[in-house]
Design a protein around this ligand. Sequence first.
Ligand SMILES: Cc1cc2nc3c(=O)[nH]c(=O)nc-3n(C[C@H](O)[C@H](O)[C@H](O)COP(=O)(O)OP(=O)(O)OC[C@H]3O[C@@H](n4cnc5c(N)ncnc54)[C@H](O)[C@@H]3O)c2cc1C
Length: 438
Amino acid sequence: MRRYVIIGNGVAGFSAAETLRARDPDGEILIVGDDPHGYYSRPGLAYLISGEIPETHLYPISEEEERQHSILRHRSCANSIDPAAHRVSLSDGKSLQYDRLLLATGSMAARLPVPGSDLEGVLKLDHLEDARKILKLARKARSAVVVGGGITALELVEGLLARGVSTHYFLRAERYWSNVLDETESRMVEDHIRKQGVEIHHKTELVEITGKQGKVTGARTQDGRLIPCDLVAYAIGIQARKDLAEACGIQTERGILVDVYMQTNIPDIFAAGDVTQYFDPLSGKYQIDSLWNTAREQGRIAGLNMSGECVPYQKKMALNVTRLGGITTTIIGRVGSGRDSDLSTISRGDSESWRQAPTSAMVQEGDGADRLRLQIGQENIIGAVVMGNQAHSYALQELIIQRVDISSIRDGLLRPGAPLGKLINDFWLRRKGGNAPQ
Ligand SMILES: Cc1cc2nc3c(=O)[nH]c(=O)nc-3n(C[C@H](O)[C@H](O)[C@H](O)COP(=O)(O)OP(=O)(O)OC[C@H]3O[C@@H](n4cnc5c(N)ncnc54)[C@H](O)[C@@H]3O)c2cc1C
């Protein structure tokens, strides 16, 4: 009987465990996790702080279901790996032998590199405990400063607003999430949160958090302004939790390097999820995602290969359906480029592959509550951002992921003022063999 040890009790680790159980009914599967709350939805944390869901809704699977899969959970932190002895040492003094090991240790928020960042009232959003802390401190707080770009920073802004905390948002850049969104899209998001009372400070850098008796009292900017506040929340990017791998000789760059079988350079050790940097054949580069679906799929593929199969991970176009400042947004394929000075790396719910756009034409429709932007290559749509009305989101996901040849409607899409949504819809229905509306 084989023994599989999985370090990390997030979606990648759990998806691998489920796959292993299906493929190897007799194998012993042990998940080591240092989060006392087990396996829950991290994207759901944003909805917890905004008050839209209770904590009980975060759990995709009950402990009872986990037991039915005969997956054993060990609540501890893995401290070191001895690849030669096939052994993992844990913080509780125990050690575990493995035949196959999976590293699914995820990522964590990049630290805020300013004086005062250890004061009480400085907040991030990685884990359920962070969300609980935000809820607790927000009860007494009157005002907050949020720092950073991407999805999580905005979720912090919205969460604090929902808790009645008057919120300032610091952006180093001239506009929100400039390397993924275009100017109109950034403006739509900013207008939306401004209407809810958020004060946005562009080209503003936090240089110091001031405090009194160990608690936050204000946020100082590069031009000497001091914004009085009780809380400073930050989301300036993520870092892969790769220390364990590095210490035992596993090859890493920004994440753990894996081949298409999710295998590391060390025999019998695999990796999946946010902690990995995988080879993307489209761009020819090793890339990082922080996407729930990517982590789940990588966990599944790692599980298959750990059980003895030989199945390559086929990177799909990165996709996220999320909410930006209250606007439902689908981001898919390659839509942006460059760096965003508000993020040290990518943010949560983000993919490096979104910024790998080859030469393409941009067309767009709408700029009020709803907007559709398409990046059009020679024969395919290579990326899309759908904000507000999601009527065309599914068709676009399919057209982009399947790299459907759209040559027959390309000229029509590129014509100034073209009804993009209708053209896409009619094309999609014709392709599906349905009746296109006239
Ligand atoms: C606030 C927030 C919003 C997000 N929004 C979106 C979104 O809109 N869309 C989207 O697609 N994705 C989103 N994400 C990202 C998504 O949640 C991650 O991509 C996904 O959770 C990654 O799964 P994972 O299993 O690789 O890692 P994780 O979920 O990070 O799980 C790793 C686990 O391993 C544990 N661990 C680490 N080291 C050790 C060790 N040495 N010993 C034992 N245990 C260890 C960690 O504590 C953790 O529990 C969001 C994430 C957050 C936090």
